[in-house]
Design a protein around this ligand. Structure first.
Ligand code: UGA
Length: 431
């Protein structure tokens, strides 16, 4: 049986480690954060991700998944997956590669002869080739980008829609085929590429997704100006299979730990390569995305008053998307914080993300119950499309608020249902 290590146990690493154990490998997860490792070793996940805690506990109990802070414990592994973060650097658009560099260096020190170091982190193109030059001759490097979505991390790892590997030898490819033997039985498309192409596939995919979202949000702006309805427009263009109906949900835009920082790092890298004109459009994608947040704030002012001081606003949703407790670059939380800064009395609810949100914005008020959140509100902002919000009864909620006004920032609520219950219902991109 192959033995692998997974370096970095955040969203990506913890999921990869548990899923690879589930697929039959012996796995050791490594992280420099002793508290995190301690929790994981007891089967506890430091973040919310559906299905992952059960899988983690099952594999830890079965003895197929271990966690350590000691790199010496991975010296007998055949393959090492580097899954550490590449956040936006503090002083610009580029990605901060310090975690990747130190993870590769730490593994190289202990790795046995002939083992394969596989990068999974999202990196600027050229990183893999540069890292390969730093490795001793008895070690090999490959790049294997990850496409999992938060909220569906387990499903996307156990049943990926494609596997992309950047390699420089047949031997590396064969070793990775052994790692992914179970996935390959399911006929998952297998794409072999060179190192720069494998790195580019990842940022190209995220740039395309970001572009789709900003495209529909640009259409939403035009719909608002022209008296159209972006939800009908999206449905109609989505029937064309060349366009497709996914990722055309207009609203307050994309956030999270990936899309925003990936498009920015991609632009920064293109500039270094002398190819900035090719990615100039991503600047516009970023601006459209950030403009959606401002449009909500403008709408709130036009609904209530320029000065928000005497108003109570209930915000439903803090996570950057449903089924996640991740608040990194969350459009919902950003809007809540801006409205709070403008003087309004803001109360935020989220089914899972209150604690991480409180850590980021300790001055915001939070409510653990929806009813407590909306009580006495002059306006409700629906900003993260959790299922519980779609299931709300507008008649019951109307009894709790001060004014029956709601703004759907995700185009996910049933407008007729709310209007029939006597609500003033507004949404982005719907006149
Ligand atoms: C994204 C990609 O979808 C994954 O394939 C990739 O692996 C991951 O980044 C990564 O690089 O690690 P994720 O950040 O989990 O995954 O979230 P998405 O589901 O892509 O959603 C991103 C944002 O776009 C969310 O804020 C969501 O609310 C927003 N969105 C999505 C829209 O505003 N409209 C849509 O139609 C779809």
């Amino acid at each position: 049986m192959l033995k692998i290590s997974v370096i970095g146990t955040g969203y990506l690493g913890a999921t990869h480690a548990a899923c690879m154990a589930e697929l039959g490998l012996e796995v050791v997860g490594v992280d420099t954060d002793a508290k995190k490792i301690e929790a994981l070793a007891h089967g506890e996940l430091p973040f919310y991700e559906p299905e992952l805690p059960e899988l983690l506990q099952k594999q830890v109990r079965a003895g197929k998944l271990k966690f350590t802070t000691d790199f010496n414990e991975i010296s007998d592994c055949d393959v090492h997956f580097i899954c550490v973060g590449t956040p936006q650097s503090k002083d610009g658009l580029a990605a901060d590669l310090s975690y990747v560099n130190s993870a590769f260096a730490a593994v190289a020190k202990v790795a046995k002869n002939g083992s394969l170091l596989v990068g999974k982190s999202t990196v600027p193109v050229g990183t893999a080739e540069a890292l390969a030059k730093t490795l001793p001759a008895n070690l090999e490097l490959a790049w294997n980008p990850e496409f999992l979505r938060e909220g569906f991390a387990v499903e996307d790892t156990l049943r990926p829609n494609r596997l992309v590997i950047g390699v420089t030898s047949d031997r590396a490819e064969n070793l990775l085929k052994e790692v992914y033997a179970e996935n390959l039985k399911d006929q998952v498309p297998w794409v072999r590429a060179d190192l720069p192409t494998a790195e580019l596939v990842k940022v190209a995919a995220n740039s395309f997704l970001a572009t789709k979202i900003s495209f529909i949000n640009a259409m939403a702006e035009v719909c608002e100006a022209a008296g159209g309805d972006v939800t009908v427009l999206a449905k109609a263009i989505g029937y064309d299979p060349r366009i497709g109906n996914r990722f055309l949900q207009a609203g307050i835009g994309f956030g999270g730990g990936c899309l925003p920082k990936d498009i920015r790092a991609f632009m920064a890298r293109a500039e270094e390569l002398g190819a900035s004109p090719a990615l100039e459009f991503l600047r516009e994608i970023d601006s459209i995305n950030l403009r959606a947040r401002q449009r909500v704030i403008d709408l709130v002012r036009s609904e209530l008053a320029l000065d928000l001081k005497s108003f109570r606003i209930a915000v439903l949703g803090a996570a950057f998307k449903p089924d996640s407790d991740d608040v990194r670059d969350s459009p919902a939380l950003d809007i809540a914080a801006q409205i709070h800064a403008a003087g309004a009395d803001v109360v935020v609810h989220d089914p899972k993300a209150i604690e991480p949100a409180r850590k980021r914005f300790p001055n915001l008020q939070f409510a653990t119950e929806i009813e407590e959140c909306v009580k006495g509100a002059d306006l409700i902002l629906h900003l993260t499309e959790w299922k519980v919000y779609r299931e709300l009864d507008p008649i019951r909620i109307k009894e709790l608020v001060k004014q029956a006004k709601i703004l759907d920032g995700r185009n996910a609520l049933d407008r007729d249902k709310w209007r029939n219950a006597g609500w003033q219902f507004h949404a982005l991109g719907r006149a």
